[in-house]
Design a protein around this ligand. Structure first.
Ligand code: HAM
Length: 436
């Protein structure tokens, strides 16, 4: 016999929980996820975006090459898997842009009329420290325009992102667009030299992370959240002052479009984003203000990504939103959903009526009239209790005799009146009463 201690250990093992930083998405959550996806679809599909879904697993090298092995999301947070028969590692996708560019190249989409506009909605994985709005498995809605380097791609992505956020109920005044340009490889190199020089001069005033970052991935020092580093960060050179003529003209043109379209923005010299594939424009959509910023989504231009991962010279621009963050902020702002409630309920007594009930329910489904039922319960009182709880206006009641007579009882729950109705007249009768 197992000892008490062994039994306790066994029981403990049997009560499983979701892994840390991951969550069950329950029915009431899906109302938000669906609403977010439907709004995104309506807006982006109007502009010709088509849905794509890439596998949850990709070759890890896609991300080390494409996103950068020194980035947090790849270097520290990527889930790696060694599977049978695979060469190298597979990774649970930490983000969607590199997989989509991989698909664009693999499927020869560069041979089609350009640009290619794609959107996605699915799970992503990052082994982060779980905290509010930060999960290890989270959903993103994202959109990418690949194949043209015209400013229209950036303008479209930014404009549609803003319309999308407004469609979710966020007030115009609460949405902040933070904007920066990180230039091309040439002007960025000049800037990085200056930045390194400046940080080396201020070496004693910065944290150990920044000391490491300035060697390994210098732009990331601007992303440091350590208060100790703020004064140094504030005084750091501004990348916009180092842009080459082409990058400067590109950025100016974007600002002109945003002004013309009445899309307010804040120039944020510390905005560099955590993924290495960006070139020129980077942006983030935040709530409240840039200090206590809650980043709902972000993106930018990635003109070299296709070349890095597939030797195809095609530029791209995109954005991704964190669905859980959108949902949590919607809840904070009082956005609620009511699930549709049936106004009619069907109860039965006896086996013959139970069988017939399946056919009746199907008639309602085909007519798109919601009807409640509890066919699993053979007890009439239990079924009626359910109808009561839903507060329905009408209850159909079917027993052995009604089945034989091909009739059904219709009870008006307000007046308590009951009448017999022919079984083949159920739908027109209920439509009349519900004014449908
Ligand atoms: P990202 O900034 O890493 O960009 O992620 C986009 C959004 O995903 C964030 O703004 C945030 O709302 C959400 N997010 C990120 N990590 C988590 C997490 N651990 N838990 C919950 N939500 C999270 C990208 O992923 C780029 N691929 C965006 C892009 C598309 N750039 C160009 N095209």
């Amino acid at each position: 016999m197992a000892s008490e201690k062994e039994l306790t250990q066994k029981t403990r093992k049997q009560s499983f929980q979701t892994p840390r930083g991951m969550k069950d998405i329950l029915a009431e959550d899906w109302l938000y996820y669906d609403f977010i996806l439907q709004n995104a679809k309506k807006i982006f599909e109007f502009y010709g975006f088509k849905r794509i879904e890439t596998p949850l697993l990709e070759e890890a090298e896609l991300f080390t090459k494409g996103v950068g092995k020194k980035t947090e999301i790849v270097g520290k947070e990527m889930y790696l898997l060694k599977t049978k028969g695979e060469q190298g590692f597979l990774a649970l996708r930490p983000e969607g842009t590199a997989p989509i560019v991989r698909a664009y190249i693999e499927k020869g989409m560069f041979n089609l009329p350009q640009p290619i506009k794609l959107y996605y909605f699915g799970s992503f994985f990052r082994h982060e420290k779980p905290q509010a709005g930060r999960y290890r498995q989270f959903y993103q809605f994202g959109a990418e325009i690949i194949g043209e380097d015209d400013i229209a791609s950036e303008v479209k992505i930014i404009m549609l992102s803003k319309i999308f956020l407004e469609s979710l109920g966020f007030a115009k005044k609460d949405i902040f667009l933070l904007l920066n340009s990180i230039g091309c490889s040439k002007c960025r190199a000049v800037y990085i030299r200056e930045l390194k020089k400046y940080y080396r001069k201020n070496n004693k005033q910065i944290c150990s992370d920044c000391r490491r970052r300035i060697q390994e991935n210098p732009l990331r020092v601007l992303d440091c959240k350590n208060e100790k580093c703020y004064p140094v960060k504030e005084g750091a050179p501004f990348i916009l002052d180092y842009l080459c003529t082409e990058c400067n003209n590109h950025f100016k043109s974007l600002l002109e479009y945003l002004e013309y379209l009445n899309i307010p923005y804040i120039l944020d010299k510390t905005l560099v984003r955590g993924l290495d594939y960006y070139t020129r424009t980077v942006f983030e959509f935040c709530l409240d203000d840039e200090k206590s910023k809650i980043s709902l989504g972000g993106g930018g231009r990635y003109d070299k990504l296709a070349e890095i991962i597939g030797r195809v010279k095609k530029p791209g621009v995109g954005v991704a939103f964190g669905v859980e963050r959108l949902m949590e902020e919607m809840i904070q702002r009082g956005k609620g959903f009511k699930s549709a409630k049936p106004e009619v309920f069907l109860v039965y007594i006896g086996e013959a009526a139970k069988k017939m009930s399946f056919k009746i329910l199907e008639q309602f489904r085909k007519e798109k009239i919601l009807i409640g039922e509890n066919l699993e319960k053979n007890n009439l009182r239990a079924q009626l209790k359910n109808a009561d709880r839903l507060g329905v206006k009408y209850v159909f009641m079917l027993g052995q005799q009604e089945v034989l007579d091909e009739m059904i009882i219709l009870k008006d729950m307000n007046s308590g009146l009951q009448e017999l109705i022919p079984l083949d007249k159920i739908i027109p009768e209920i439509k009349k009463r519900l004014n449908k």
